[in-house]
Ligand binder design. Structure first.
Ligand code: NDP
Length: 301
């Protein structure tokens, strides 16, 4: 992000918002410790040697500790079997010091990721991917919500206030981003369209939107001339583009240059949605600990 981008009031600064959210979480964690003697704990399980996964796990551990919570890391070799991983998950499931468990994806091919996700206690499923949490989200129950879409929702509410009646177009229907995002927007009384690879005339669908959330995995697919003037655009896409000489850069699913000329507000790809994901993971861990104790959360969490 250039300095000019940072100072453009249209640009939604997810990095700054995530930093404030982490401060709020740290205050809430302090209160949990002082008033209830509880230190929320997050267990992260990493199987294999995927370099990007190692970085994510390290960042999650650091931010967990920075917010005053306990961090437990379990590192397993690439050859781990599904039975071995299921046996390991059983430990944090039963451990009262652990309030949140996540298994870093992707897992090696001999392991079925959904089987692992569904083995996690739903009340400790801080990724919000368990079928019980998907069901709770769909039926208005109290569950744990997937971190990336929840982070997008917080950014949207911060920028737009009440979302009721707005027309939202979510591009992408994955279980981890598109579907829960659409559900969250529906719960805010938006009128929601979910677009995907079989959608006819995607630009025409997007042009009707007050809110566009792009979670596709196709670099710079959404162009400025697809947007209604003044629309709020949330770019979830994180596409690594390899350049010459082995250099690489990240591109979103939205063509920032053309879209930012038309949008009313827009997230950049570095410093937009990305920082919100880990902040919401930490938040979910704290929420899980607070709920177990019947502790009321502060406003805005
Ligand atoms: P998936 O690959 O699981 O889903 C992509 C979705 O996009 C699918 O529903 C697919 O449709 C749809 N799609 C693909 N091509 C088109 C097209 N040409 N037109 C319309 N829709 C299309 O991806 P994820 O949901 O996991 O991730 C989406 C993006 O978000 C990726 O770039 C990923 O890296 C990023 N991401 C970023 C995170 C963050 O923290 N910032 C966290 C998670 C993801 P169909 O279902 O028909 O195949």
């Amino acid at each position: 992000m250039s300095d000019r981008t940072l100072t453009d009031p249209k640009v939604i600064d997810g990095k700054a918002f995530a930093a404030k959210l982490r401060e709020k979480i740290a205050r809430q964690v302090k209160a949990l410790k002082e008033q209830h003697g509880i230190t929320p704990g997050l267990a992260v399980v990493l199987v294999g040697e995927d370099p990007a996964s190692k970085v994510y796990v390290r960042n999650k551990g650091e931010q967990t500790k920075e917010s005053g919570m306990a961090s437990f890391e379990h590192k397993l070799p690439t050859t781990t079997t599904q039975a071995e991983l299921l046996a390991l998950i059983d430990q944090p499931n039963k451990d009262p010091k652990v309030n949140g468990i996540l298994c870093q994806l992707p897992v090696p091919k001999q392991i079925d990721p959904q089987a692992i996700i569904n083995a996690i206690d739903p009340d400790k499923d801080v990724d919000g991917f368990h079928v019980v949490n998907a069901g709770r989200l769909a039926t208005g129950g109290q569950g744990l919500v997937p971190c990336t879409p929840y982070g997008c929702l917080l950014l949207l509410k911060d920028r737009l206030g009440d979302l009721a009646g707005k027309h939202a177009v979510v591009i992408g229907r994955s279980n981890i981003v598109g579907k829960p995002m659409a559900q969250l927007l529906l719960n805010e009384s938006c009128t929601v369209t979910i677009a995907h690879s079989r959608t006819r005339d995607l630009p025409a669908e997007v042009r009707r939107a007050d809110i566009v959330v792009a979670a596709v995995g196709r670099p710079e697919m959404v162009k400025g001339d697809w947007l209604k003037p003044g629309a709020t655009v949330i770019d979830v896409g994180t596409n690594r583009i390899m350049g010459e000489g082995g250099n690489s850069h990240l591109a979103g699913d939205v063509d920032f240059a053309s879209a930012s000329a038309v949008a009313g507000a827009i997230t950049p790809v570095r410093g937009g949605v990305g920082p919100m994901t880990i902040a919401c993971l930490i938040r979910n861990t704290m929420v899980s600990a607070a709920r177990r104790e019947g502790y009321e959360l502060a406003e805005g969490l």
